[in-house]
Write a protein that binds this ligand. Structure first.
Ligand SMILES: [Zn+2]
Length: 243
C-alpha cells in the first residue's frame, strides 16, 4: 500500500471557500407545509438508513484512478457542488480535501459488488488493502463495467464508491457521468433513493436508471426538498467533528 502521491502532480485541494449565498430556505411558512415536509423527510430518512450514520468528521476524499482520467474533474466538481449545498443548508459539515492515487481497487471486487447491488444480494467483503488507503471517502474510477455503487459507512469509518467506465451507454451519454458521480456522493453523505426521475437521487427500487440523466447541456439534476431537510437533520448547524 502506498500513499496518495501516485500522481506526480498530486494535487491537494482545500475545501472551496464559497461565498455565503444565504442560509436556509428549508422551513416553509405554513404549518401544513411543515408537516408535509417532515413526513417526506422521515420517508427519505428511512430510505437513507442503509447508508448509515452521518459523518463524524469532514471526510477526506481519495480518488483512485488511472492518471488523467476524464472523470477526475467530475469528482472535484461534485465535491464542490455538495459543499455548496451544505453551505446553503446552513451546516458547517463539508466534504474534505480531494487527493489522488493511481493505486486501483481490484476490478473483480468492484464488479462483484455491482452485481450484488443489481441483484439486491449481500455484497462481497471489502478487500483488506482498502483499510490502509489514506482517504475516508474512497472513489474508485474503474475501467470495468458494472452498476456504480456506494457502500454504507464502514465500522472503520470509511465509505467506498465504485464508478464504472464511460466506454458505453449509459455512462458515455452526455451529462450522465457527472450526475452518476454526484448521485453516488449523495449516498456517501447519507441520502437514499427517491422515485422521481427528474431528481438526482432517483434510483432502485424505482425503475429510473442513469440514462435519465442524459442531457445535451451539462447540468446537475436537483435535490428534493425532503432531501435538503434530511441533510439538515443529519448535519445540524451545531454539527462539529468528533474525531
Ligand atoms: Zn443510488
Amino acid at each position: 500500500m502506498s500513499s496518495a502521491s501516485g500522481f506526480a502532480t498530486a494535487l491537494r485541494r482545500g475545501i472551496a471557500a464559497l461565498a455565503l449565498a444565504g442560509v436556509g430556505g428549508i422551513v416553509p411558512g405554513a404549518p401544513e407545509q411543515l408537516l408535509l415536509l417532515l413526513g417526506e423527510a422521515r420517508t427519505a430518512q428511512a430510505q437513507a438508513q442503509q447508508f448509515g450514520q452521518p459523518w463524524d468528521r469532514s471526510p477526506t476524499v481519495l480518488v483512485a484512478s488511472p492518471p488523467n482520467d476524464a472523470r477526475i474533474p467530475l469528482v472535484v466538481d461534485a465535491v464542490a457542488y455538495w459543499n455548496q449545498q451544505l453551505e446553503e443548508i446552513g451546516t458547517p459539515f463539508r466534504l474534505g480535501s480531494v487527493e489522488y492515487t493511481t493505486q486501483l481497487l481490484p476490478d473483480d471486487y468492484l464488479i462483484a459488488r455491482g452485481a450484488a447491488v443489481d441483484r439486491g444480494a449481500v455484497p462481497p467483503p471489502i478487500p483488506e488493502g482498502v483499510w490502509q488507503m489514506p482517504g475516508d471517502l474512497i472513489v474508485a474510477l474503474s475501467g470495468a463495467a458494472f452498476v456504480s455503487w456506494t457502500t454504507p459507512r464502514q465500522a472503520g469509518g470509511k465509505v467506498l464508491v465504485g464508478i464504472r467506465n464511460e466506454r458505453g451507454p449509459p455512462m458515455s451519454l452526455p451529462n450522465v457521468a457527472r450526475n452518476v458521480i454526484l448521485h453516488e456522493l449523495g449516498h456517501a453523505i447519507g441520502l437514499g433513493h427517491n422515485d422521481d426521475r427528474t431528481l438526482l437521487m432517483c434510483g432502485r427500487p424505482a425503475p429510473c436508471r442513469p440514462d435519465a440523466f442524459q442531457s445535451d447541456a451539462p447540468r446537475y439534476f436537483p435535490l428534493a426538498d425532503a432531501e435538503r431537510a434530511l441533510l439538515a437533520t443529519l448535519y445540524p448547524p451545531t454539527w462539529s467533528p468528533t474525531r
